[in-house]
Ligand binder design. Structure first.
Ligand SMILES: [Ca+2]
Ligand SMILES: [Ca+2]
Ligand SMILES: [Ca+2]
Length: 188
């Protein structure tokens, strides 16, 4: 296989290929390439590598939850986007505030950190369909924002567990340049 040194290598969905894969391809390409006499290949990897702290396939500079795995929509077995979903940078962010659902259990209530009122909102949403608008303690909030684990049709136990883990912490961290491009009904 041949490729142009310095060109960005992306999967069909636009996700940059991880470091290991690129090293393998680079090493193979170097091994198969016959360099002219006097030309020595550099040992450092090309500069298009990007750090991906949580290994979810989204580079840190684009990740709306840098430390929590939350792959882009379309990477699980359902359509790339559903009408009730809101995403920033292609990752779920159902209140459209730039922090991905997976690291955001702050549901519009007062204060900077996740508190008892936020947990109560999620508990009141337990077992409700994530496409609905009948969640929270008032029964009138969008349910998708409580889908913290980006899995399943209903708000469930793992969403509750994640909210407990986020208790007393601020949303995030997210990438420095977030919020990324927003798509969906909850965009600001
Ligand atoms: Ca990532
Ligand atoms: Ca992430
Ligand atoms: Ca959010």
């Amino acid at each position: 296989m041949t490729f142009e040194i310095g060109a960005a290598l992306n999967l069909p969905n636009g996700t940059p290929i991880g470091v290991g894969g690129v090293i393998d391809m680079f090493s193979t390409a170097v091994a198969e390439f016959e360099f002219p006499e006097g030309v020595v290949p550099v040992s450092d990897p090309p500069e298009f590598f990007c750090p991906d702290s949580d290994a979810d396939g989204v580079c840190d500079v684009d990740d709306n939850c840098v430390d929590v795995p939350n792959p882009r929509l379309g990477t699980r077995e359902e359509p790339e986007a559903l009408p009730f979903q809101t995403s920033t940078g292609g990752q779920l962010d159902d209140d459209g505030d730039g922090f991905g659902n997976a690291c955001d259990a702050k549901f519009g209530n007062a204060g900077q950190v996740v508190g008892g009122v936020d947990i109560a909102d999620l508990l009141a949403s337990f077992n409700k369909d994530r496409s609905g608008d009948d969640c929270g303690t008032a029964g009138d909030e969008n349910c998708a924002q409580f889908d913290l684990d980006n899995a399943g049709q209903f708000i469930g136990g793992s969403d509750v567990l994640l909210s407990f883990q986020l208790f007393n912490s601020e949303p995030g961290p997210k990438c420095d340049d977030c919020p990324l491009d927003c798509e969906g009904p909850r965009c600001p």
